[in-house]
Structures are given as C-alpha cells and as structure tokens.
Design a protein around this ligand. Sequence first.
Ligand code: F6R
Length: 359
Amino acid sequence: DKGAYPYYMLKEIDEQPAVMRRIVGQYFDQAGNPQVDEAILDALAKADHLYIIGAGTSYHAGLVGARMIEKYAHIPTTVHISSEFAYDHPMLSEHPFFLFLSQSGETADSRQVLVEVNENHWPSLTMTNVDKSTLSREATYTMLLHAGPEIAVASTKAYTAQIAVEAVLAKALGQFLKHPEADEFDLRSQLGMVANGMQAITDSKDDIEEIASRFLSKTRNAFYIGRAIDWSVSIEAALKLKEISYVQAEGFASGELKHGTIALIEDGTPVIGIITQDKTAGLTRSNLEETVARGANAITIVSRHLAQETDTIIIPDVDDNLTPLLSVVPAQLLAYYTSLGKGYDVDKPRNLAKSVTVM
Ligand code: F6R
C-alpha cells in the first residue's frame, strides 16, 4: 500500500534510510561484526576470481560492489551484463565464483548464466530481494536484501540495498581472510551515517523538484558525468532518468567526453556532474566546465567536503566506497520529479515490466 504517497517510487526512495538500518540489524552482531554464513565465506575464500552477474540496475550495483570486494577481500572481481555473459563470456579463471545480483530473482538473462554455472558445478551466491525466488533457489547460496517489496518498475531501494549487502560481504570476507583493512572498515557506523545522509537528502525534495523543473522538464537529452565510482553511479542515474521521464540520458566517463561525445553539447543541454572523490573531483569539474563553455547547463551533485559555492546539490560525506548510496538519491528524485512534472505514470513507464522473464 502506498499510503499517502502519489507513487510507489517516491515511497521506495523515502524508505531507503530504513532499509539501511534494517540491513545493519540483519547483518551485524552487537559488537559490530558482520554476520555472513561461514559456508559462503569458505567457498569464496577458495575462489581466484569473482564474477558478478546482473542486468540493468543490478548490474550497476555490481559495478559499485566490485571495488569493495577487491579492496577488502583482495579477490579479483569483474562485473558482467548477464545477457552478454550468457553468450560471450571472457576466459574464466580456474576457480571461479559467481555472484548474482537480482532484485526479483527471476530475470531470465541472469538465470541463463546460472544454468551454465550449475552445469559446470561452479559455486554461486544470489543476492536477491525475494526470498525463494528462482535465482536464490538455484544458486548454491543466497543472501537477502531486506529492502521490502519494491513495486515501482524503476528500481531504487533495491540498488542501495544491493550495494550495502555487497559491502557487508566484502567486509566479512576481508575479515575472514584476515586482511587488516577489513577490520578497520567501520561499516556498521558508516551505514548509520548513510541512513542519516539519505534522510537529509529526501528531506530536501522541494529543492530537487525545482531543479528538475528548471533544467530537465523540457530537455530531450541529458548527460550524467563522473569518473571511477562516480561514473558507475552516472550510468544508474541516467537509466533512472531515461526509463521514467523518457529523456535520452547517458552516463559518461567524464574524461571520455572530449573524445567524441562533447559534440552533442548544445545550448541548454543539462550536464550533471557527480563529484564525491578527492582524486577525481578537479578533473570532473574541468570536464564540466568544458561543456559549459559549449553552452551546457551544469548541475552538480557533490560531497560536502568537496563543495564549492556554485554547486547545486550537496550531499553528506561518507566513506569513499559508499558515496553511491548517497549520490544516487538526488538522481532518483530528479528522475521522479521530471517524470511527475510531465504527467507520466511514474510507477509504470511505457514498454517496461518489473520483472523481465524473457531473453
Ligand atoms: C531499472 C530496473 C531494471 C532491473 C533489471 C534487473 O530501474 O529496475 O534495470 O534492474 O531488469 O532486474 P532484477 O534486479 O530483478 O534482476
């Protein structure tokens, strides 16, 4: 039931702080240690490569999680689009482990990969929001997202839940493998800060609605740009905008713009820069300025410690690997308000279904 909300999507965006707190409650003990089934950690510890498989938003969540697995567990990790991997996969390592990300647990493209994984007796783990879904039943192991039912076609809280549960896995596995940096990663308190930060962003809805109406309501196209982890979020942010507001949006590695795509910038083209990392902030800002020099309207989503006076949306600071949990929220809201402003059915965009059970 969506209660007082006009659309499920807005309700689900607003539920994200509670989902973060629920994940903390489900996956941590009193002492702040992550709780992950030891059989999963054992199996992962034997792997020499982790293949993360997903479609759409789940694929995007994998891009973010892979960094944490590599950083804390030191297992080489690559992320793959399931509909591609099923027909064209890279040379596999000797001891592969497969992590399936799927909100619904029913996506046919991802299942196609799991069928092959099972034929080869490779170990697998499905992270899903739906208990006893096909992908969780057919994988060796399963972990639940605990996001609660997601009704809107555009995925929001499942994306942030996937990243949070991937972080839990990364920390638990890193500690299991005795990597000291995993001990130092205070994930439980970070997720608490993330929850508060999400709340602060959703409390500023009116500002975001105004930005959507000023910059996005009339445009035919838009760009999200960023580097590294901010690029991973850019792709997800662009997908949200396309699927519900029908604005042709692209998420772009900001350094690549000058290699071709900048030709598309015209007077008034919205270019939204996501800036959360010290290492890349200056570079993304200068790429953004290059678009402004060609007429773009620049909008920025920036972590507080990097903020400048001219920035548009300031988000709270959290651990560098967890910034997507906050930077995506304004993007979800920008997509929501752009769609709402155009009078579209936000929850049921044209041509799309919640669970894609065809290949
Ligand atoms: C986008 C969206 C889709 C799904 C994709 C995979 O908002 O919802 O891109 O993420 O169809 O679905 P699941 O995660 O159920 O496998």
